[in-house]
Ligand binder design. Sequence first.
Ligand SMILES: [Zn+2]
Length: 281
Amino acid sequence: MFEFENMLHSEFTELPFKLMIYTIVFLFGICIGSFLNVVIIRLPRHESLIKRSSHCMTCGTKIRPIDLIPVFSWLLLRGKCHACGEKISPRYPIVESLNGILYVLTFMILDINAKAIITCVLMSLLIVIGFMDWDTQEIDLIIVGMILLLAVPAAIFTDDVELKHRIIGAFAISVPFFIIGEVSRPIIRKKFKEDFRAIELGDTILMFAAGALLGTQAVIVSALIGIIAAAVFGLIIKFATKESKFAFGPYLSMGIAVAMLWGNQIASWYVDLLTYEPPVA
Ligand SMILES: [Zn+2]
C-alpha cells in the first residue's frame, strides 16, 4: 500500500517532477500548518477548532480572504494588520513553514510510502505538542494519544520495527522517566515547597507513545537528543531570559522527529563508534 517503487529516490525520475512533488507537499504542509496554529492557540482554551476567527485581535477589522493564505499573506502584509498596523506574531508563518519544511524533508528522506505519510502526521502532532508545552507548560494528552494511535498503521503498513520492539520501546524511556519523576518529587517538595517532578508525567506519557511508534532503538536516540537539546537550549534560554519555567516537551518533540527520520541509522552509527576496532596492521 502507498508504495511507488522509490519514485523520488529513483535516478530515472526527472528533476522537474521531483520539484513539482516537493512544491505540492510544501503548499499542502503550510495549509495544515495554518490549522496547527489554530489548534495550538485554541486547544488549551477549550475553544472550537472549526470556527474561524475572522477579526483582527486588536482592532476587530474583518480579515480579508486574501490575508488567510499561509506564510505568503504574512509576508505580503509585512507582519502587520492591514487596517490598524498592529504586529501579527511571526509565530504564525513560523509554524506554517516549519510544517511545510518538515513534510518536504520527510518525503525527501523516506520517499513516497506509508511511513512518509505516518511521519508527516507525526511531525504535525509534534509541532502542536512542542509549541503548546512551550506556551502552557502542559503536554496535551489528546495529541499524545494520537501519536500512540499512529503506532497501529505503522505496525500494519511498515516493517522496519518488530512488534516486540514497539512494546519494549514504549517502556524503554517512559519507565526510567517515571522513576526519575517519582524519586525527584519528595526532594523538590522538601527543597522548593512545591509539588512537581523533575520529569513531568506528560513527558513520560509522550515517551511511552513515541516508543510504541519508533521502537526501542530509535526511542532511546530520541530521548538522548531531547535531553542534550534541553540541556543546551534550556541553559541558553535560562541565561538570556532569566525565566525559571522550563518545558521539556519541545526538546523531546525535536528528538522524536529526528529519530523518526534517522533513529536507527544514528543508533547503529553510535554503536559502531563505540565498538570500533582499529584494523590490525
Ligand atoms: Zn487590526
